[in-house]
Unconditional design. Structure first.
Length: 156
């Protein structure tokens, strides 16, 4: 046998035809490829539609939240304006009360009705600080919780 050294074989470096030959697809493979392509296109349509619906839902949610926030801010500003009006009315009524209960007015009323003049230490102011009392009814369980507790009590 003769020794053959491929290190010096220059034919190995020359371009040549590829040895692989593309096979023609048979009918089953073509049918499967078409079916896969249809499924993929249907999946793409479903994904894009679902993304569009989610985007529309988010936009609607943000618009709704913005409308509610605007309504709450308007209600807050209306309540603040009403509170300011009531506070100014309270100040006006307190000054009117102070004017009607001054020592000079009381002395004038007493003299007109034949009473003796009063001393300034005889005036007593009574203030009533009645705070609103809120009492909450005991929280009652719904019928499902009541039925469940009855079953648990019966079994234990």
């Amino acid at each position: 046998m003769a020794k053959f050294n491929e290190a010096y074989d220059l034919e190995l470096f020359q371009p040549r035809e590829p040895r692989l030959v593309a096979l023609k697809n048979d009918a089953k493979t073509i049918k499967e490829t078409k079916r896969r392509n249809r499924r993929q296109s249907l999946a793409n349509v479903v994904v894009y539609l679902s993304l569009a619906l989610v985007a529309m839902a988010l936009v609607g949610y943000f618009i709704t939240c913005n409308v509610r926030l605007t309504e709450m801010n308007k209600a807050l500003s209306d309540g603040q304006a009403q509170l300011n009006a009531l506070h100014s009315e309270q100040v006006r009524l307190q000054s009117e009360l102070a004017g009607l209960t001054s020592a000079e007015k009381i002395n004038q009323y007493a003299l007109e009705n034949g009473l003796l003049p009063m001393d300034s230490n005889q005036i007593y102011y009574i203030t009533a600080n009645e705070e609103d009392q809120v009492s909450l009814a005991e929280e009652q369980d719904n019928w499902f919780v009541t039925a469940w507790n009855a079953v648990v009590d019966f079994l234990s």
